[in-house]
Design a protein around this ligand. Structure first.
Ligand SMILES: [Zn+2]
Length: 86
């Protein structure tokens, strides 16, 4: 399951915005790192770059993928369209 909040903590308080992007690092494999809101996207990529320089994160390209809003009353989905995340 993806978190339902942005993963950023600012001044000791968790950001309450819904996540809008998945941040991952693409090397030979793709590492999913966290989710973030639009407001924290830039801050976060800067932070990740410095972690990569310190060797605390895998090297690779930092990739942002937009999350699609999830409908709450999604009755139109075919069972075959459901994605199982376990
Ligand atoms: Zn945020």
């Amino acid at each position: 399951m993806l978190p339902d909040r942005c993963s950023i903590k600012e001044k000791g308080r968790n950001c309450v915005n819904p996540p809008e992007f998945i941040i991952s690092i693409i090397d030979k494999d793709e590492y999913m790192v966290v989710v973030t809101c639009e407001r924290h996207k830039k801050i976060f990529s800067a932070k990740l770059e410095s972690l990569q320089k310190e060797g605390k994160m895998p090297k690779g390209v930092i990739n942002f993928s937009a999350l699609k809003p999830v409908g709450t009353d999604c009755v139109k989905a075919h069972p075959d369209d459901l994605i199982s995340i376990d």
